[in-house]
Write a protein of this length. Sequence first.
Length: 309
Amino acid sequence: MSAKPRRRTRQNRTLWLLDRLERDTRADAVIDVLRKGVWALPLGRGRDLLHGRWLGHPVHPLMVQVPIGSWMSAAVLDLRPGRSREADLLIGLGLAAAAPAALAGAADWAELHQEQQRVGFVHALANTVAVGLYGASLVCRVKGRTGPGRAFGFLGLTAVGIGGMLGGHLAYRQASGANHAEEVPHVVTEGWHRVGGVDEFPAGQPVRRSVDDVPVLVVRETGGQIHALAERCSHLAGPLSEGTVADGCVTCPWHGSVFRLSDGWNVRGPAIAPQPAFDTRVVDGHVEVRLRGPDREADRQPAGTGAEQ
């Protein structure tokens, strides 16, 4: 006798809906317009600041703590009887902090895969609704309409919660903002690994090789010096071997992150983590690589040769 299919649990329904959201193409035209709009913003070097390259991880999750914390604190104060001017102040603070947090999030969102952008789009919509509700709440409070002001505030907190759930899915299930090269030091075994003859690496051309099933980028400079980096971009695992090499750096073909060949330093974002680098040597006409140890990795400096910082 065959077993009856289990009813879909609430948890499974949530994941099913989120998976459907990732595949839903109906908003793609709007997403494309918004993405191009974010790219067109004249941010200059401020774009890397918003990505969090200076911090080593995305800055958006740090910035959202201010509005979320302010609004949550306002909700606690609203549980008390009577009008709370402190709650009014906290809601205003949250609204003021929401704009820069949203700008940082938009800068990251514009550099994601399409499936991630779909979830991020709804995440942004939920937070936009929250901002509107909190704006209405503040207006009501200023006019002395405490009851509606509190109601709008609690509705805004609900919208923020939905946006936070989507943000968690984006960050943890879809790995948005994660370092996609972090596992390399844990996978590559110690010692030297032969990756091919010197003549297999044309000068100035990126070549893909594999060490312990980990893709490795090898570049031989015109002067004969050989560099090797983890080949999958730390931003979203883009293939650096398909990128361009110039001025001692390689540029990812997917989102334009720039890495210094000599040590893997992320010269320009959206990548917020360097590439794992390998030592190289030539033995009997063959190139060998060895994952660079922590003592050498600590010598990385933000400033140096290569593309403009």
